[in-house]
Design a binder for this molecule. Structure first.
Ligand code: HEM
Length: 483
């Protein structure tokens, strides 16, 4: 028999399987005593949840459901990752984590750090002093790492947090770590569970990884293991031994202006669907939102069901990712070019273009999205005024082995680029990704009967912080990072 591609006991759980969670605390930390931190880290390693740990947890959740037992299975999971500054502070040579871009010679985003990347490449608003317009915590230049604690409840997560604080002596004179900021994320309540704050079901399309996933539903081709995990086939860089079986985590602290988004939808309803059938204002607004995202709130893809929601399609894993924009290279009838899911995963637009155009593989641009919502549900006051009064959004987190091709590329070259994709025969510019695009924000294709019409829109998603981290293997932690 062929050996398994991955040693699942060596890889941190969030990367391949996603830590099971109802709530998740992100602790962004600074190392205050490197020598002591490296010793203390030994005591954290047993708490880290690996992929095999997550698979066991998922089994326990399934059993619990099958037996129809009440409540949730108590469980927690800890993962840790480090920034380039963190490795430097610890005196660890991370050269193989930050190759320059072989095509352009550009500095690796991991080395650059996200604070610099934000204004040079990602398009975040800049303050007069050159910093991105972020929360103070992310601007102080002391972010060394991130600890994620997931769990079934705040009670379980907080218990683990106390354990971790004790390990590093937090708030004692011998502390080896200081919390820069900690952010609590929560899955939304009731029927909104799994939906992001605008109301759309999220987490449907993630890459299927060869050598790991056993269920392969119709949809985009599986990716090579090395697109997500370092040191495997598909990873474009040769890594030091300790740096294999890990992954880069692009973290973004993204605020969502939900009342303002809803006001925009209600002010710009689409008058008629693609068949010329007149829509009520409510249905027209619903369709506008769906065309901005590329999916209905239920999760049903508009490329399959363009003018009417289809909850059964949304719920069917064998159909809800089975679309390719096939034969639509010059058409926005079913799905706008700039719709969030088409911008961030163009599928056949690039991979199966018409004859005469060279296909461009998108495998290297796939990312494994994790992350969780933060902030409260809309208050009655916010609904009434249409103005945000409470911070809420997404703790965006995605894993990949190549930050140039992964997160940075998606944001810079696709989402922020009004010309992407530049098909030769298209009369209209696609415009920016209406969710995450930064720059002069407008897009075409929202009105299916008037594809060339541009609609301008304010920014609804506002980055307030972030960093690039590397989540090492258990072996890397034991042999190289801890002493
Ligand atoms: C898919 C929302 C930020 C990349 C989606 C989906 C939603 C969504 C509703 C469709 C569900 C699915 O296919 O799983 C959001 C919101 C964001 C956000 C509300 C910020 C608050 C980002 C960022 C990136 C990104 C920053 C990367 C730069 C993707 C990708 C997909 C996706 C790659 C899957 C596309 C596919 O394979 O079809 N997002 N997103 N998203 N998003 Fe985002």
């Amino acid at each position: 028999p062929t050996p398994p591609e991955f040693n699942l006991d060596n890889i941190q759980g969030d990367i391949l399987s996603g830590l099971p969670k109802k709530t998740e605390t992100y602790i962004v930390f600074s190392i205050t005593n490197a020598t002591k931190f490296r010793k203390d880290l030994h005591n954290l390693i047993p708490l880290i949840k690996t992929v095999s740990g997550v698979l066991k947890d998922r089994q326990a959740i399934d059993d619990h459901k099958k037996k129809k037992l009440p409540g949730l299975v108590p469980m927690t999971g800890v993962n840790i990752s480090f920034s380039h500054l963190g490795f430097t502070t610890l005196g660890i040579d991370d050269t193989t984590l930050r190759p320059v871009n072989p095509k352009t010679g550009a500095v690796n985003p991991f080395e650059l750090g996200q604070k610099v990347d934000a204004v040079t490449n990602l398009g975040d608003t800049q303050k007069l002093n050159g910093d991105p317009d972020w929360d103070e915590a992310f601007l102080q230049g002391n972010i060394h790492g991130l600890i994620i604690i997931s769990g079934d409840s705040h009670l379980s997560v907080n218990a683990v947090r106390l354990k971790i604080e004790a390990i590093f002596g937090v708030r004692t004179p011998t502390a080896s770590l200081k919390e820069v900021i900690s952010i609590v994320g929560d899955v939304r309540p009731g029927a909104e569970a799994g939906h992001e704050h605008f109301g759309f079901l999220d987490g449907i399309s993630n890459p299927v990884v060869t050598g790991f996933d056993t269920v392969i539903n119709p949809g985009p081709k599986p990716v090579n293991p090395g697109v997500i995990v370092t040191g495997h086939n598909g990873d474009t860089t040769t890594r030091a031994d300790w740096a294999t079986d890990g992954s880069f985590l692009a973290f973004r602290y993204l605020f969502q202006e939900v009342p303002e988004f809803n006001v925009f939808l209600s002010k710009n309803p689409i008058p008629k669907d693609g068949n010329g059938v007149a829509l009520t204002p409510a249905d027209g607004s619903e369709l506008l939102g769906a065309r901005m995202v590329g999916r209905w709130k239920s999760g049903a893809p508009i490329d399959v069901s363009p003018f009417k929601d289809d909850p059964a399609l949304a719920a069917d894993a064998t159909r809800n990712n089975d679309f390719f924009f096939a034969g639509e290279i010059n058409s926005q009838l079913k799905c706008p070019f700039a719709a969030h899911v088409r911008k961030t995963n163009p599928r056949d637009d690039l991979e199966v273009p018409p004859t005469g155009i060279t296909p461009i593989p998108v495998e290297g641009n796939r990312i494994m999205r994790r992350g969780v919502q933060f902030g409260p549900e809309l208050t009655p006051q916010e609904k009434a005024t249409g103005v945000t009064a409470h911070g809420r959004g997404l703790l965006f987190a995605c894993y990949q082995t190549n930050l140039f091709n992964g997160f940075q590329f998606l944001q810079q070259t696709w989402a922020n680029n009004a010309d992407f994709q530049p098909f030769e025969t298209q009369p209209e510019k696609p415009g920016l990704d209406p969710l995450i695009g930064q720059g002069v924000r407008s897009m075409s294709g929202l009105d299916p009967l008037n594809e060339q019409k541009l609609l301008s829109m304010p920014q609804f998603i506002i980055p307030r912080g972030g960093e690039y981290f590397f989540a090492p293997s258990i072996n890397g932690l034991k042999t190289t990072i801890a002493t």
